[in-house]
Ligand binder design. Sequence first.
Ligand code: ZN
Length: 421
Amino acid sequence: MDAWHRRRRERTVDRGRADCRDARRRTRIIDGSGAAPIENGRIVIERGRITRVGRAPEISAPAGAEMVDLSGRTVIPGLIDLHFHIENDPKLALRQLSHGITAFRDPGQWDEKFDELRRMIAADHIPGPRIFTTGPHIDGENPAYPADSIVARDSEEARRDAEMLVQRGASALKIYFRLPFASAKAVIDVCEAHRIPCTAHLELLDARELIAAGLHGIEHVTSFGISLVPRIEAEAYRQAVLKSNDARRDGRYRLFTRANLDGPEAQALYAVLRERKPFLDPTLAVFERRNDGKASNVTPVLASGFAKMKQFTRRAAQEGARIVVGGHSVVPFAGRGQAPWRELELLVESGFSPIEAISAATATAAAFLYRSDELGSLRAGFNADLVVLRGQPDRDVSAIRTVERVMVAGQWIDTAKYREY
Ligand SMILES: [Zn+2]
């Protein structure tokens, strides 16, 4: 921590100086691309950006650079949480920042709900977390979450709502499941016109049709339920949920329990995944149900449904879907601000390698934000958003929990402070 305090003083007395930093002596680097770790790495950072990354013997530090000794540590890109609900808890975003989540997207909220977080970030003079918003969900009548939705009654209203949200700064738009197909298509078309991603919580809409129509991303593995069972069962589920949003609660576990991942419905879905390669944000952690001896209300259907959700997530990736990480803020088996860590662990439980899980939370997530040229990788020219870990997450993904330092835009974050939030 000495180096960090020294750095702060320098910064206040001499703001104009080159902001250089160097990780040295057997520092391991996982760059987010999916490549094997660099075992003896060095990173040079100037003015908030990475200027060089590679093997230490091949990279000399610029004259006058401040050196930071990270020997024995592993450096990964800052994690990106693509499904973070701020609700009325701006402090949670800062607590997640202390856990290495340097950027997030809230997939359904009025922009006004971020005012307090933005005020806190400005007051503390910190450059993050980076905030990506979508505005409220665009849903149909009788919306699932009225307070977080705009209701569009037809495709023209959906188009106008989508345009309005983009004008107000949405970096993506989110379709919600009561929107009829024609309205959903209108939202997708607005996204394409403005070159921003369109994501969706489907569940009542057929993923095969929406992805073929140009949908870029899908939130929640449960969005695929009706695409994995025979159509008579799918329609029964749709009608039950149309009648009451609560029918989803156990219904989606029943659908997944019955889903045949090699059946004709699934095969038709895989054909679309292979062709379109959409992003899939499974948010497994929010659906996690397991019999650990304590939770007595986990029925066999809940447990088997969740097991099938994990199997499907892995299969979807093998068929072409690009997996990303969304923590969903509050989940059953993670402490406060730790949902993204749990999601990484669940991806590994689902059959992904730890390196693949890290890419899902970094480089692939940046691609879903359409920010592949500056976020999510430790590469020259990219933002210096990074996390220093004591453990080795490529060997055991749970080492993601050993966060020692967090940097955003070249600036170390006071993690001890925000861990209390
Ligand atoms: Zn959500």
